[in-house]
Design a protein around this ligand. Structure first.
Ligand SMILES: *Cc1c(COP(=O)(O)O)cnc(C)c1O
Length: 233
């Protein structure tokens, strides 16, 4: 017999919260400065609703069609939705319409499209994905070109450019790589005008397997799927 669905999400969330708290303690960070994003890709809307009942308000999705269905179904939840999948330029309109945050902007063209297709009155929160390990198989802007991309994106309408996001290579040393992302974030910040610096405040990094390293390096948003919703099979 398997345990009831809601009980297992509750149990996983309890141990996940302990794990996050421990990582914060170990690195002298305030738990409130780390936002847990529940990555619900491939999981049914009822799992998201259950996590929301347990207090989670931020959710991440990778696949647009699946995400839009779930977001529509869960409209009354008052959740924040984070788009964390690869973006093709023909998909920007749906991303701008349905999501609050976009973590995967890695070229100016995508930013231009998001900015011009954003619904009236909406401001999209944007993170620039950096290919920190220079992995040819991964998307993301090369680290050396990231400051210039940030500057260009900040000139566009309807976007609030908040920081960096990274997905590591299989072979990377998570501690060193997450530190490099954090250092790049600080370097970019020091080049911004003072009024821009305040909103340049976000680092999306860390998944189920490596969140401790990400929190130690200063992650403000961790993207957790498996440890919350279980295996994706
Ligand atoms: C799937 C995914 C996650 C969550 O991964 P887990 O290892 O299941 O926690 C985080 N970020 C991105 C970009 C993902 O695609």
């Amino acid at each position: 017999m398997s345990e009831p669905l809601n009980q297992s999400i509750r149990a996983r969330l309890d141990s996940l919260n302990e794990r996050i708290q421990r990582a914060c303690n170990n690195s002298g960070r305030d738990r409130q400065d780390v936002t847990l994003i529940g990555v619900s890709k491939t999981k049914p809307a009822e799992d998201v609703a259950e996590a929301h009942r347990l207090g989670l308000t931020n959710f991440g999705e990778n696949y647009l069609q699946e995400a839009v269905r779930k977001i529509d179904e869960l409209q009354e939840l008052n959740a924040q939705w984070h788009y964390i999948g690869a973006i093709q330029s023909n998909k920007t309109k749906d991303v701008a319409k349905h999501f609050d945050w976009v973590h995967t902007v890695d070229r100016v063209k995508i930013g231009q499209r998001l900015g011009s297709q954003c619904p009236e009155g909406k401001i999209l929160q944007v993170l620039v994905q950096v290919n920190i390990d220079a992995d040819p198989k991964k998307s993301g802007c090369p680290a050396s070109q990231t400051p210039a991309l940030v500057e260009e994106l900040m000139r566009l309408p309807c976007l609030e450019v908040r920081g960096l996001m990274a997905i590591l290579s299989q072979s990377s040393d998570p501690r060193a790589s997450y530190e490099s992302v954090a250092q790049l974030h600080r370097d970019i910040r020091s080049g911004l005008k003072p009024e821009r610096q305040q909103k340049w405040d976000s680092l999306s990094m860390g998944m189920t397997g490596d969140m401790e390293h990400a929190i130690a390096a200063g992650a403000t948003h961790i993207r957790i799927g498996t440890a919350l919703f279980g295996d994706r099979s």
